[in-house]
Design a protein around this ligand. Structure first.
Ligand code: 13P
Length: 273
C-alpha cells in the first residue's frame, strides 16, 4: 500500500548563495512549483537571507526553514539566533542536528534535544537530522547510533508535545553519503528508515510512527530521486548540492510520486492538473 504521508522535498542551502542569489533562485522555483500542493516544498537559506526570502514567498506554498537555531530563548548569547527571531522572519521550519553541526561544531545529542524542545515550544517545526558515519556503518553500529541520536532528540517534553499533536520531520542522512556523490542505495536507505519508524513506534506511538515523515538526505539528484522515493518508508528528501539550482531542485520535486503540476484554467483560476 502506498503510504498516506505527503511527500516533502526540502533544500538545505548550507553556507551558499548570497541574499540576491537566493532571491533569484526562489523566484524561479516559485514560478515552477510554488502553487502546487501535491508535494511540500521547503527551502533552507542562510540566516541573513531568511527574512527577504520568506517575504518573497509570502503568497507561495513554498515553506522556509532555518538551518540551525539557538538552544536558548533569548539573551546574552553572541552570534546565536533565537526561535522568535526565526518565526518573526517568516520561518515555519528549522533543520536541527545536521551532521555538519554535530561534526564541525560539536553539537551533542542533548543540545539537539534542547533545541528540538525549544522549537516545538515556539511552534516551529523541527526537521531533525540523524545518520551514521562511514566508520560507524563499517562497525555495524548504524542502528545503535540512530537510536542514540533519536533518544537525544526526544527528551520527555518533546515526546509529550509530539503526542499532543505537534508535527516533526526526521531526516536520515548517512554522513558518508553527504556531498560525496555516494548515494545510499534505496535498500540501504529503506532499512534505516524502517528502523527509525520502528523506533518512533516503540517510543512514541503507532499513530505517530505512521504519520511522521522521514526524509532521506545524501547526494540526492534528479536521476536517483525516484528510486529512493519509491521506498515504503521514504517520505521525501533533504537535498544539499542539488537544491542550489532551481532546475535540479525542481526536477527532484517533479520526480516525486504523486507530484501534480498546478495548471491555470482559461478563466485564470489555478487548479491541480
Ligand atoms: P548533498 O545533497 O549535497 O549530499 O547534501 C545533503 C545534505 O546534507 C542535506 O542536508
Amino acid at each position: 500500500m502506498a503510504n498516506a504521508r505527503k511527500y516533502m522535498i526540502a533544500g538545505n542551502w548550507k553556507m551558499n548563495l548570497t541574499v540576491d542569489e537566493g532571491l533569484r533562485l526562489v523566484e524561479r522555483l516559485d514560478s515552477k512549483v510554488g502553487r502546487q500542493t501535491s508535494v511540500d516544498v521547503v527551502v533552507g537559506p542562510s540566516f541573513v537571507a531568511l527574512h527577504e526570502i520568506a517575504n518573497l514567498l509570502k503568497w507561495s506554498k513554498i515553506r522556509v526553514a532555518a538551518q540551525n537555531m539557538s538552544e536558548f530563548e533569548s539573551g546574552a548569547y553572541t552570534g546565536d539566533v533565537s526561535p522568535r527571531m526565526l518565526l518573526t522572519s517568516g520561518c515555519s521550519d528549522v533543520i536541527l542536528g545536521h551532521s555538519e553541526r554535530r561534526g564541525h561544531f560539536s553539537e551533542s545529542d542533548e543540545s539537539i534535544g534542547r533545541k528540538v524542545a525549544l522549537a516545538l515550544a515556539n511552534k516551529l517545526m523541527p526537521i531533525i537530522c540523524v545518520g551514521e558515519t562511514a566508520d560507524e556503518r563499517d562497525r555495524s553500529e548504524t542502528e545503535s547510533v540512530l537510536a542514540r541520536q533519536l533518544k537525544g532528540a526526544f527528551p520527555d517534553s518533546v515526546k509529550e508535545n509530539v503526542k499532543a499533536g505537534q508535527e516533526i520531520v526526521i531526516a536520515y542522512e548517512p554522513v558518508w553519503a553527504i556531498g560525496t556523490g555516494k548515494v545510499a542505495t534505496p535498500e540501504i536507505a529503506q532499512n534505516s528508515h524502517s528502523f527509525v519508524r520502528g523506533w518512533l513506534r516503540e517510543n512514541l506511538s503507532a499513530t505517530i510512527a505512521d504519520s511522521t515523515r522521514i526524509l532521506y538526505g545524501g547526494s540526492v539528484k534528479p536521476d536517483n530521486a525516484a528510486g529512493l522515493l519509491a521506498q515504503e518508508d521514504i517520505d521525501g528528501a533533504l537535498v544539499g548540492g542539488c537544491s542550489l539550482k532551481s532546475s535540479e531542485f525542481s526536477a527532484i520535486i517533479e520526480a516525486t510520486p504523486g507530484y501534480t503540476p498546478e495548471v491555470v484554467t482559461e478563466s485564470g483560476a489555478a487548479k491541480s492538473a
